[in-house]
Structure formats: structure tokens, C-alpha cells
Write a protein that binds this ligand. Structure first.
Ligand code: DGJ
Length: 716
């Protein structure tokens, strides 16, 4: 049973169990909800055993709840730690104090704990959804106004995750445009480490994911790791707070900065889901659990089991110079390489000759497509590919029909000049009329030209002057209403166009979170397509998300962002780590390059089920010098794909072996390229026989080496 009831000093308590973990919840005498244990399965029957001793150096403060493991600290409780909830009543009274009402065990995997503050007439429901096979628990909070007065929420986070006093390291993902998802590990010292975004999107700068492990631990494949990922695509905050007794209070949720929500009588506010878990299989084990969750539970259901197609994207080939002839030429070349989905990027609509015009007008540019879009769509379909198109519906250029008709539809601050980012402004998606008008344009786009199978939904600037002067009461709600409105549009489009695939993009990986992945099938991870940089970006992204949602393109050299020259094979091998795409100007590729590309696309299709549905193990993370490797093991364990890379070799370093992971020790595995055989035990203990270049003698270069190995297990 996933959830069972028990007692904590005679009071109600609950044990949430997964295959290998348990989370224990118990009510204190004053109805405070404790979370005394979250970690390895097997718990003491005496929940009190887990509670840290209150520091006794100042006995008069022993009544405070600091340093105690609280499941949802609320402003109004006697604690000074980072709270999850702050509520204000109309008369100015602040803070809440909840009493326990009941537990609802909807089924063995869904627990809801119901609390109420009778004075405020406010309800609080804490939800726990247990996924036993995945070792994950999904948490959220629902706040109900059960009285006659409006109440104001000033903060409503998803959950708190307390850990006992110890020395911990935090792992977080940071970056910037073209350098997203850099994994940082740092010690947690007394005080608060705050990561988050207030840019409107979840952001390039920080990703709504965290992991925590015992201080100094580095191992990829073993060791205790607690982790979480927040399903929210707007402003968010994660606080990792070391309290005075060295206990850790982790909170995650919607960014409290400039957040407020007016809760009218009878209204309810639900927080985003926080998916959290524990493993003793290191950071790799944490990542694989999140990957499995996306695949088994979370991604849009209709395409969830489907292999992601090999795609072509026109951006780096034609930029804004999109027209029917250039795209038809690219489409024919793409089909010849084995591409399955052809995507026309930015430049096809409105007055979009450059980035100063057109956003907001989602109609086909008649000069670029004199016979409409239908001609290109039918040609792409005739070539046996699906057809996809780029849109950026949350944005508007002042040079557009939409803006000329409705300048007030963009966020703006009365009397102040707007700040432009890429010459564009952000549309106020908190407004129902704006959403309806944009949705109507998208409906027409998707219905009027032949079947559009795929849209790439972009978002290219952070939000500033986020004002809605006509609606002063909802000023601090717009950040949240925009995101909810966006999810609504995606839900509507998916319902009305069930064949549609959606790819999320935000100037690369600026909005690539679990929130978008509820509605989008995949994401564009970065505008940086340089294969060397990309290794690091993809490594970081795959800490939190599955390879099957991570789109990677093979582009031209010198690389548009870095000027680097990596061999075509290396570029393909890097892009094969997730959803393979091609994004170069393939009309300029030589016959030899096209032959190579055709063979590599074919090889990718062969390994694709293992890459997209298997378990991923990083064998060695990317570094500037020396080898790095990543492995994928199929669900039945019978096929193993290994990708090895060396950007820069070190002469005389000697061959390094790479120890494989996740094999059956007693089984024999055979390498397809040369028939070499070994046991799972040997491949995991001694590692792969050395195969990457280690000396300048036999090879022209130590640099840019890459290999794809396919191993098959003997049938039992
Ligand atoms: C940013 C995206 O990340 C690129 O792939 C491309 O779609 C451009 N926007 C187009 O403006």
C-alpha cells in the first residue's frame, strides 16, 4: 500500500511508501504537520525518533518551531523559517493558524490532508500523490476561501521539504542565453540559498529543479540524493535554508516577489505541482526517476508513447529569408536525408522581413508565399514528412497590424516608455480578450492551409513593465494569470487539433520546465548549436529532463554561435543524445556530407527507441580535455547504446576505460561493430575496452573523436 495511516504520539500520522523510499507525516499536539522523515524506506514506528532535538541554549525559545521539520510552514505559526503561505484578511490581520479537519485517502496513492483556519475561514488542502514504482511523490497545496470575505494571498508555495540537521551540498542549474543548464554544486551553510526567476519565464538563468546530497559527495551512480522539479513556467523560487540547528528547510513554488492573489468567497487557488524524490543511486538515479516520470505520467498523453520524429528546422539555414522556393528546396534535401518532420522557423508571416516587424500577425506573408502556405505543406507531405511551423504568440512588434489596432494589449506602465527586447513587447496573456484573439488567429493558421502537424512555440524576451493599468486590482496577479492563460491555450489547441505536436522554445532553453512539458511534447534546449558547448548543455538539461524531450540539431560549421569547426560525425553523435534534428543549410552540403548524414540519420533511427525510451547513464561528464560518455539501456536490458566523445585529447594520457552501468552482470554482451564480447560484470567492473584515440601516432588528431557503439545481450 502506498499510503497508510498510523499514529504519532497518539495523533494521526501517515506513511507514504514507494518502492525504495518513505515519507512520514505526523500531526503535533497543536495540529502542526511535521514531515519527520523523507528518505530510505523503512521507518521507525516511533515517529518522534526522527524529530531533531530543540537547541536548549535558550530554553525560553523552546516553544518556537524553528529547526523542526514542517511540511508546510505558514506565516502565523511560531516559526521564523521561510514560509510557504502568507495570507492577509481585509481588516489588515495577517497570518493564519490551521487546525486539522480530516484526511482523505481517495485511493491508496492519493492523500489529501485538510486543514482550516476558523478565524479566517480559510481552508488548506495539502495533496500527496504517490508513485510507488517511480519512487516519486507529487506535492501541491490548494487554498480555499470558505468564508464570506475576500482574502489576499501574498505567497502560496507548493511545498516545504525538511531534512534533518546535517552538512549538505546543493545542486542547481544556472546559465544564460546560449549557455543554459550549467550544473553547480555548492555547500549549504547557515542562511538561505535562493534560486529562482522573476523574468516572467522559468528562465535561462536558473531552472526550477534542485538536488541536495551529503556534503562533498560527487559520485554519479551512488549516494543519497534528494531532489525536486517544479511544474511551473513563470516566476518561481527555491529556497534552501540551513536553520540554526543545521536542519534544512527547502521550499519551492511560485515566486513570492510581486505575487498576490485575491481569493474571493468560494474561490480556490491551486499551486503548481512539485515532483520530489529520494534515491541512494546518486545524481544519475535521481535523473532517471524524473525521466521515467515524464515518460510514464506527465507528458501529453496522445504522443507520450510515440517516438519523436527526426526533424529539420530552417532557422540557421534561412533566418528571416524564408520563402516558398527556399523552403521547398530545403524540404526536398531534408527528405532525402531521412528527415521525418520539416519545420519552417521564423520569417514566414506578417511583415516579418527582419526582427523589427510582424509579431502579432499570424497570417502568411503574400510576397514570400504568393501561392499561400498550402503549396509548401502539400510538398512536405508528398515527400513523406510531417509539416511544422514556428510561432511566437505571446509577443508583438509595434510594427504590426495587431499593435496598431490594440497598443494596450501589450504589458505597459502608464506614462513610462516601454523597454524593448529584440524590438518586441510582451502581450498581456492575463487578459481573456487578448488570449481569445490570439487563439483565433492560431486556429485559422492550423485550419486554413492543409494539415499543420507541429508548432514550435517561441518566446524571445524577458518581461518588463508588467503592467495592466486598466485593471489595477489584478496588477500583482498578471504574472500568474499569464502562465495559467498560456496553459489554457495549449490545452485548447491540443483538444481541437489532436494530431498537433508542440515544441516549446524560449530563445533556446529559457522555458524548458516541467510546467511546459505537461502541454508540450518536447523542448528546444539552447540556441547554441556548437557541438562542444552542447555536450555540457545537454548534460545539464538531462539532470532534470528526459532525452526524449530534448531537441538537438546538427548545424553548419563554422558554428554560428562559436565559430568552431567540429566534424559532421561528431556533431551528429552529440545531437543523437536526444531528439535528433538537422538545422544547417543542407543545400550547401557536399555529396559526401549528404551521404554521411543519410547513414547517420539511419543509424539514429536504429538506436532511437533505446535513446528515447531507455535508461540514461552518464559515464563521465563532459570536460574540455579527455573523454566523456553517455549510455542508454533499453527497457528489457537487451540493447545498450554508448556514445563516447573527446573534444580535446591529451597526448600520452593513455587509454581510459569507461565503466558501463545498468547491465545484468551474468549476461554476455556483444558489440555490433566488431563482434567483441564481454560479460555485464566485466563491462561494469573493468569497463569498455579502450577505443577512443589516446595517442597521436595512429590518428590524424586527438581532437573531435566520437564513437557510437551498440551492444546486444545474448538471448537467455
Ligand atoms: C529563438 C529560437 O530559439 C531559435 O531557434 C529561432 O526559432 C529564433 N528564435 C527565431 O526567431
Amino acid at each position: 500500500m502506498a499510503v497508510h495511516r498510523t499514529l504519532f504520539e497518539g495523533r494521526p500520522a501517515w506513511v507514504l511508501e514507494t518502492r525504495a523510499t518513505s515519507m512520514v507525516l505526523g500531526l503535533g499536539a497543536d495540529d502542526t504537520l511535521y514531515l519527520p522523515h523523507w528518505g530510505a524506506r523503512g521507518h521507525s514506528e516511533r515517529i518522534a525518533d526522527y524529530l531533531p532535538t530543540i537547541p536548549t541554549n535558550r530554553p525560553s525559545e523552546a516553544t518556537f518551531l524553528d529547526g523542526q521539520p514542517l511540511a508546510y510552514p505558514v506565516y502565523g505559526m511560531p516559526t521564523f523559517k521561510e514560509p510557504c503561505l502568507v495570507v492577509a484578511a481585509p481588516g489588515g490581520a495577517r497570518g493564519a493558524r490551521f487546525s486539522f479537519v480530516e484526511d482523505r485517502l481517495e485511493d491508496p496513492e492519493h492523500l489529501e490532508l485538510v486543514f482550516a483556519d476558523p478565524q479566517l475561514e480559510l481552508g488548506l488542502r495539502l495533496r500527496f500523490e504517490v508513485h510507488p514504482a517511480l519512487d516519486l511523490i507529487v506535492r501541491s497545496a490548494i487554498i480555499d476561501n470558505i468564508g464570506p470575505r475576500p482574502l489576499s494571498l501574498e505567497r502560496a508555495l507548493s511545498a516545504a521539504l525538511p531534512l534533518p540537521p546535517d552538512a549538505y551540498d546543493a545542486l542547481t542549474l544556472h546559465g544564460q542565453w546560449a549557455r543554459e543548464f550549467e550544473l553547480q554544486q555548492r555547500p549549504l551553510l547557515p542562511g538561505r540559498l535562493v534560486s529562482g526567476s522573476s523574468r516572467g519565464t522559468s528562465s535561462h538563468e536558473a531552472h526550477p529543479w534542485f538536488a541536495v546530497r551529503p556534503r562533498g559527495e560527487q559520485d554519479e551512480h551512488s549516494g543519497r540524493v534528494w531532489f525536486g522539479s517544479l511544474a511551473w513556467s513563470g516566476n518561481w523560487q527555491c529556497t534552501l535554508e540551513v536553520e540554526r540547528n543545521d536542519a534544512l528547510n527547502i521550499t519551492l513554488g511560485i515566486q513570492p516577489f510581486d505575487f498576490a492573489w485575491q481569493l474571493e468567497p468560494g474561490a480556490t487557488f491551486g499551486t503548481p505541482a512539485l515532483v520530489c524524490g529520494f534515491t541512494d543511486e546518486g545524481l544519475g538515479g535521481a535523473s532517471r526517476r524524473l525521466h521515467a516520470f515524464e515518460e510514464a505520467v506527465w507528458l501529453p498523453a496522445n504522443h507520450r508513447p510515440t517516438l519523436r520524429p527526426v526533424l529539420y528546422n530552417s532557422w540557421e539555414a534561412t533566418h528571416f529569408d524564408v520563402d516558398a522556393a527556399s523552403q521547398i528546396e530545403l524540404a526536398r534535401r531534408a527528405a532525402d536525408l531521412g528527415v521525418e518532420l520539416f519545420v519552417v522557423d521564423d520569417g514566414w508571416f506578417g511583415g516579418r522581413a527582419h526582427d523589427r516587424a510582424g509579431l502579432g500577425d499570424w497570417t502568411v506573408n503574400p510576397t514570400k508565399f504568393p501561392r499561400g502556405l498550402g503549396e509548401l505543406i502539400s510538398e512536405v507531405h508528398r515527400l513523406g514528412m510531417r509539416f511544422g511551423i514556428w510561432v511566437e504568440p505571446e509577443m508583438v512588434n509595434p510594427d504590426s497590424d495587431l499593435y496598431r489596432a490594440h497598443p494596450d494589449w501589450a504589458y505597459h506602465a502608464e506614462g513610462r516608455s516601454p523597454t524593448f527586447g529584440r524590438n518586441q513587447l510582451v502581450l498581456n496573456f492575463a487578459r481573456a480578450d487578448v488570449r481569445a484573439a490570439i487563439l483565433e488567429q492560431l486556429r485559422r493558421l492550423l485550419s486554413d492551409h492543409g494539415q499543420i502537424d507541429f508548432i514550435k512555440w517561441d518566446h524571445n524576451r524577458a518581461w518588463t513593465e508588467v503592467g495592466w493599468p486598466e485593471q489595477p486590482d489584478q496588477q500583482r496577479e498578471v504574472w500568474t494569470r499569464h502562465v495559467v492563460g498560456l496553459y489554457d491555450i495549449w490545452a485548447t489547441l491540443r483538444a481541437e487539433f489532436p494530431q498537433l505536436w508542440i515544441e516549446s522554445c524560449a530563445g533556446g532553453g529559457g522555458r524548458a520546465d516541467l510546467g511546459v512539458l505537461r502541454w508540450c511534447d518536447q523542448v528546444w534546449t539552447s540556441d547554441n548549436t556548437d557541438a562542444a558547448d552542447r555536450l555540457a548543455i545537454q548534460y545539464g538539461y538531462s539532470r532534470a529532463h528526459a532525452p526524449r524531450v530534448m531537441v538537438n540539431w546538427v548545424t553548419d560549421v563554422p558554428n554560428e554561435q562559436t565559430g568552431r569547426l567540429a566534424p559532421l560525425r561528431f556533431r551528429f553523435h552529440v545531437a543523437m543524445q536526444g531528439v535528433l534534428g538537422i538545422g544547417g543549410n543542407i543545400t550547401q552540403w557536399s555529396d559526401d556530407e549528404r551521404d554521411q548524414a543519410r547513414a547517420l540519420v539511419e543509424q539514429y533511427k536504429q538506436i532511437r527507441p533505446v535513446v528515447q525510451h531507455g535508461r540514461q547513464f552518464w559515464l563521465r561528464p563532459p570536460t574540455a580535455i579527455g573523454a566523456c560518455g553517455v549510455e542508454y539501456v533499453s527497457g528489457d536490458g537487451a540493447t545498450v547504446v554508448v556514445l563516447l566523445y573527446q573534444i580535446r585529447g591529451l597526448r600520452g594520457q593513455g587509454a581510459r576505460r569507461m565503466r558501463l552501468q545498468g547491465l545484468a552482470p551474468e549476461r554476455r554482451y556483444r558489440r555490433a561493430s566488431d563482434g567483441y564480447e564481454s560479460t555485464g560484470a566485466a563491462l561494469m567492473a573493468a569497463g569498455l575496452p579502450a577505443t577512443l584515440v589516446d595517442s597521436g601516432d595512429r590518428h590524424p588528431s586527438l581532437d573531435w573523436q566520437s564513437q557510437l557503439q551498440i551492444w546486444t545481450a545474448e538471448t537467455r
